[in-house]
Write a protein that binds this ligand. Sequence first.
Ligand code: AMP
Length: 195
Amino acid sequence: MSDPHFSLCVYCGSRPGSQPKFTEAARAVGEWIGRHGGQLVYGGGCNGLMGTVAQATLDAGGRVVGVIPKALVDKEWANHACTELHVVETMHERKRLMAEHADAFLALPGGIGTFEEFFEVWTWRQLGYHDKPVGLLNVAGYYDGLMQFLHSTVEQQFMGPWQMDLIRMDTDLQRLLPGLVQDAGLAPAAQLEAI
Ligand code: AMP
């Protein structure tokens, strides 16, 4: 397999959620990564949307890099089908390695683990620790409430509009994913949309 064209770190639920649309979106993201010669970086689990996005990437010919703490491997949650599976000691090491391997970050629907990872890379971006694009895919209105709340934090002046501008939020992955890869300076969006 040749070097991947880009490396996208995806944060998403270790559960499938209540609606088939969540699994369909995770599958479509994995297919998009694989079809465009990309690499998925993710938490290395085999459950829920995490397992779905990884399998779809592999099925579409993409590389999958999983980074998982030893404690979760011991619980048999690791996905041994990954192209590369890194087993690390701590959650902090995991997040650092995931971030280092990524050109851009994308959050799909998920729970507290997904939120924590998304907010961390967003925070790191606003502090200038990295300049990689950060995206949020709003599937079936899952993040409507969160977006409303975030806009209210700008109105209440705990955040500036520029901080909101550091994330790309979209309901359409065919628009969001090329945008993230383009923002990472890796390929013209037109080229990615054409496939
Ligand atoms: P959550 O959104 O709470 O389901 O958590 C998902 C995020 O937390 C993923 O992006 C993973 O990095 C991490 N995580 C939580 N549960 C697991 C699991 N069972 N296996 C692997 N990683 C997990």
